[in-house]
Design a protein around this ligand. Sequence first.
Ligand SMILES: *Cc1c(COP(=O)(O)O)cnc(C)c1O
Length: 363
Amino acid sequence: MQVKLNDLSRQYTTIKKEIDSAISKVVSNTQFIGGEPVSKFENNFAKYNNVNYCIGCANGTDALEIALESLGLTTKDEVLIPAITWVSTAGAVRNIGAKPIFVDIDENDLIDIDKATEKITPNTKAIIPVHLFGQAVDMNKLMDFSKKHNLYVIEDCAQAHGAQWNGKNVGAFGDLGTFSFYPGKNLGAFGDAGGIITNNRELDKKCRMIRNHGQITKHEFLTKGRNSRLDTLQASVLTVKLNYLNQWTSRRREIAKKYNSLLQDTPVKFKPFSEVLNHVYHLFVIKTDQRDQLKKHLEEKGIQTAIHYPIALPFSETFNDSNKYPNSLLSTQTSLTIPLYPEIEDEEVEFVANEIKSFFNIK
Ligand SMILES: *Cc1c(COP(=O)(O)O)cnc(C)c1O
């Protein structure tokens, strides 16, 4: 049996009619930039997250950069980010001219708020909690921390569409929340797309201007701006898919629960499934100190796996930071992502779990 990490064609098959009709509508209208499909998606996504505003943009990395720029961060400013995340989180901070300051992670691969305290300097202006793998950071604790140190908060929700902390969607706690709609994300377009959410009217206006060349009125521009609009075709796809997001999330959680029970007698570790914590399982990550051998075993059996992430950003050549990040280092050595996506079949999940058991000689 071949089990892929994700199979987007299965999802397309289930909603083909609706998607094809939405796309052909845009094509026959020939309004490819802006228009009703974009504002409709922005409104629906704001409503979905129970916030006032959503600003569509070209991708999740731009969403971070536009959010940082809207806060007016400058060259001396330092921004706290976790040492384990996709490179964009750190890249975006650097691209706007500010300085990414890495913080070690906790045992769940989330920014360790206690360790963040040690990194505060007079130049610290903001913090970017990343809701990694689909699990929410403890936002009560994080907001208390940011108030105490007078920091802006940008939530990187690229892997956590619809995840909640205490019943409130991620992205709605901070000054701004940023999303990626890269095809493989929990809510994915048919190409690149991104978005920003906020409850702050001024920040909404600022982000809208920045993504549209910094345009204030026709031919009047901010000093900074770019072209980072949400493509109309992508918006029309996202509107269709948003209607299915909760259903897909439930299925992701069901599979995670299944893995929990099937793998409970194995030596692999993972965050225990919780009915209360609204983890949306963008990825299902297990930990074992025999990671590389297990990965090889699964590959030989036709099971695709991945490592999120093989290198902590401070140790990468491009960021090259000599501080110690012991939990991040351990995570890079032990983490293995196994297949989980809404359309995966129960038999495939059982096959994966059985092959993990057989690796450890467990019946
Ligand atoms: C995917 C991702 C991004 C970037 O999104 P793109 O749309 O690929 O630019 C940013 N942060 C995290 C945590 C991500 O997983």
